[in-house]
Every structure is written in C-alpha cells, then in structure tokens.
Design a protein around this ligand. Structure first.
Ligand code: UN1
Length: 477
C-alpha cells in the first residue's frame, strides 16, 4: 500500500515512519500516512518564513482565487470526501458530507474576507497629524486540529489564516490524516505558492511540540483538550507567540416546564448524541425542571431506543462508532464512574454487532447531581446526564456552575425566560430551542472560562487572531 506523503515547501515528502489510518466502523486499514518528525517541522517552518514576504503582500484577489477554488472543489467532491471523512472518523455519512459542505462554504466565505481586511483613517488629537489603522498578517502560524471534525476545523483555521496573508504549518490529529491530506491536495491543485501552506502529519508530542516551541512561528491556533491547550499556552508564552485555544465544553441544556417537550427531546438527542457525542459543543448536562422531569425522561428514553447505532456508511445509522479504542475505553470508564457516584445508567451497552468496530449505544445518567465527576469533566462520547432543578432560577445556577463556558441551551416557549437566559448564561454561545452543537460558519465561535482563550474563531471575527493591528501617524504638513 502506498504511503500518503506530507506536503512541505510545495513538494510531497515521504518519511520512514507511517501512521496507519483505521476505520472505526470495521477496524480495516484505510491508508498509510507519512509520520513527520521534528526535523521535517523545521524545514516546513523555514519554507513558510521564506514564502511570507511575497504571500503577505500579494493582492488579496490572488489569495481569494485560491480559497474560492478550494471551496468549489470541496463542494463538488462532497460525496467522495464525505465518505472518506466518515470512514476515518466514524460519524454518519450524512454528517460527513455535511461537514465537507461546511468546509467548502468556509473557504468561500474567507475568499471574500481576503478582500475585506478593514482599516481606519482618523484625525490625530494633534493638529496637522493623521492616523491610519491597518491590519497586517500575524506571520507564520501553526494550526493544530482535533480528530472530531477532520475537515471543518482545519478549514476554519486554514482559510482565514491564508485569507489574511499568513503562511501555514498545519498539523492534523493523528487519528484522521485522510481528510487533512485531501485538503492539502486541493490547496496544491489550486496553485498555493510553495511554502505558503505545509502539511505535517504526526504526533502531538513531537510535531505539535516542535511547532509550538519554535521561535520562528509567530502564532498558534489549537483546538483540543484543556490539558494540552494549557501546555501550549505555557510554551507559547515562553517563545513569545500569540495563541488561540478552543478546548472543552460541559454544555448545559435547560428544559423548562413551558417547553415543547417533543422539540426539547429532539434538541437534547441531537446535541447529546449526534456525531457520537464527540463535539466540544455537545449537550452533556440536561437540566430539567421538576415539573416536566419525569415526562422528559420517559420521552427521551423512548427516543433513544429508536436510535440505530451502526457503521458510519450504513444508510440507517443514526449513531456511528466511537472514533478510537482509546476513546471507547474512556467512555466505558465514565459509565462506571457515574454508576459508582450513584447515578442510574440507561443504555451505554455495546451492541452485539457481527462486525468489529468501536460501537456503544448512547447512554443517559439519571438522578445525577452537578457535583458528580460525570457532570464536571468532559467525556467526549455519547453520554449525557439528567440533572433535576426546582425551577428556572436553580436551573440557570446549575447551568453556570461549571469550569467550562462554551455553549449553553434552553428549551422554553417564554420570551422573557429565553431573553433572561441569553443575558445571564456564562457561555460564549447560547441557543434557544436549538441544540448546543451545530454552529454557523459566518459568525463568531468560542467560549469563556476554561473552554477558550484568545479571540473568537470564524466569521469576520477570525481577523482578530490572524492579523495584527498597526497604527501609523503622519504629519500631514
Ligand atoms: C459544532 O458544534 O458545529 O471540537 C462545531 C468541537 C468544536 C466544533 C463544534 N470545536 O466540537
């Protein structure tokens, strides 16, 4: 089997070591991908530095054309790329294709943004002096992405980075190199100048570390766990680079007595279990007021029984496999932790499938309290808890009682309650009668507290991280 090489300084570069890409639906080998080492990272960073002067000053239209072409190819190839993505990550084909479409739209959105860097011209407070405020690219940027969105998250870091004139050193998660490799191929085919974009597949501990610790990298954007994110923050401070971190969530969904209960159940099932619960925006704490607690629990258990867990590509699958053996082990461990803490578990069993694969049914913890570990630590699997609350005030307090602050939702028919929740939720994103997960690409994405650090991603706000502001004063004479 051929090995898919890394992409460094405009060339496809092999390496002695390989990553084996496994399909979590059947444990078959999808491909072998070159595993880069620290010396390859050094070559890529030097190439990016060398490419920076020309790329950062070329007309925005040149950058826009490349991004737009990549966006078109992603949309055209959504079926094949969606299949590859679902095969390597395990999300359903519908979710995989949807993610490729999202990546295509992101590239097209940032093609437009390349022509809109913005700027201001003001009079000084001093007579005869003018002030010009412009934005310049941050420089060489390191982009480190997680396995759960193998193409959308790379797209929402790479597209704005390139749009605003930065050069990129990109390290995708080792678990899902296939989608990242295809994205590199599309950038190459679209004519990205050599050195401007580099793909380095490999381990976080070696490739990621070499990127983060390099004094020649000006900025790092990372999505992943809180633990790794904090390590990156320390290394970034040590080498004087700017950093942007998107980390975990422990997102609440509040269900009030005046909610449309069928809608609330759909919102909860989607938020908690779709994409096999492997979203930092997943609803993991379902906070339900006493008045509708039992009715909600009965309906959601009924709905969960109808969810089909199976291979990612099977047409009737609702919940694909867990992405890796390691993640499955962690999920099963949390089932035991929840039980030991006194919660009652519904579901969570491993279906007796003839095929090999990392399958588990969605699990719901009942009678859980917000102090339990299952309600404080991010699990990243198809596991959610129900927490009882007396009334709205207590539900809001529980929703905010978490070290995280990414997304939060409420199901209610009351405008007053919805408005109050939008105002008082301590999360970066608030959803009313919608799942906590599943966000648009043209508006800011990010959280508060331990969930995020630095400027928001996506939409026009992405500019704040990928550019640096210059204030120029001029005696007008
Ligand atoms: C979404 O909910 O649509 O890693 C996106 C994650 C997030 C992306 C969520 N950064 O799950």
């Amino acid at each position: 089997m051929d090995t898919f090489p890394n992409y460094i300084d405009g060339a496809w570069v092999d390496s002695p070591d390989a990553i084996v890409n496994l399909d979590p639906s059947n444990l078959e080998v999808l491909g072998r991908y070159a595993r880069a080492d620290a010396s390859a990272v050094g070559v890529a960073i030097a190439a990016a530095r060398a490419a920076f002067p020309a790329w950062s000053t070329c007309p925005g239209e040149q950058r826009a054309n490349i991004l737009d072409a990549v966006g078109s190819r992603l949309l055209e190839q959504q079926q094949e790329l969606g299949r590859l993505l679902s095969s390597e990550e395990g999300k359903t084909l519908k979710e995989g294709i949807g993610e490729v479409v999202r990546a295509g739209r992101i590239f097209k959105f940032f093609a437009g943004e390349a022509l809109r860097p913005g700027g201001e011209l003001l009079d000084s407070v001093r007579p005869g002096v003018r002030v010009e405020i412009t934005r310049e690219p941050a420089g060489v940027v390191g982009l480190l992405t997680p396995w759960n969105f193998p193409i959308a998250i790379p797209a929402w870091k790479i597209a704005p980075a390139l749009a605003f004139g930065n050069c990129v050193v990109f390290k995708p998660a080792e678990l899902v190199p296939g989608s990242a490799w295809m994205l590199a191929k599309l950038l190459h085919e679209a004519g990205i100048p050599r050195g401007v974009f580099n793909l380095l597949m490999g381990a976080g501990g070696e490739v990621g570390r070499a990127i983060v610790e390099s004094p020649d990298v000006d900025a790092v954007s990372f999505t992943g766990s809180v633990g790794v994110g904090r390590g990156i923050a320390l290394a970034a401070v040590g080498t004087g680079k700017r950093f942007q971190l998107e980390m975990g969530g422990k997102n609440p969904l509040v269900v009030l007595e005046d909610a449309d209960l069928d809608l609330a159940v759909e919102v909860a099932v989607n938020g908690a279990f779709f994409s096999t619960g492997q979203r930092c925006t997943a609803s993991s704490r379902l906070i339900v007021v006493e008045a509708v607690h039992d009715a909600f629990v009965e309906r959601i258990i009924g709905r969960m029984a109808k969810l089909v867990t199976g291979p990612a590509l099977a047409p009737d699958t609702d919940i694909g496999p867990v992405a890796s053996a390691e993640q499955l082990g962690k999920n099963l461990e949390y089932l035991e932790i929840g039980r030991a803490e006194g919660a009652e578990v519904v579901g969570g069993n491993r279906p007796p499938l003839a095929q090999r694969g990392h399958y588990m049914k969605p699990a719901l913890f009942l009678e859980s309290s917000n102090e339990m570990r299952i309600n404080r630590e991010e699990v990243f699997g198809p596991l959610a808890s129900v927490i009882r609350a007396r009334d709205y005030d207590e539900a809001l307090a529980i929703a905010n009682d978490t070290p995280m602050g990414l997304s939060a939702g409420i199901c209610t028919r009351s405008l007053a309650r919805a408005t109050h929740f939008k105002r008082h939720s301590q999360a970066g994103m608030v959803m009313v009668n919608l799942p906590t997960a599943g966000v648009d690409y043209h508006v800011p994405f990010g959280g508060r507290k331990a969930s995020s650090h630095g400027p928001r991603e996506q939409g026009s706000y992405a500019r704040d991280f990928f550019t640096t502001v210059k204030t120029a004063y001029e005696a007008a004479g």
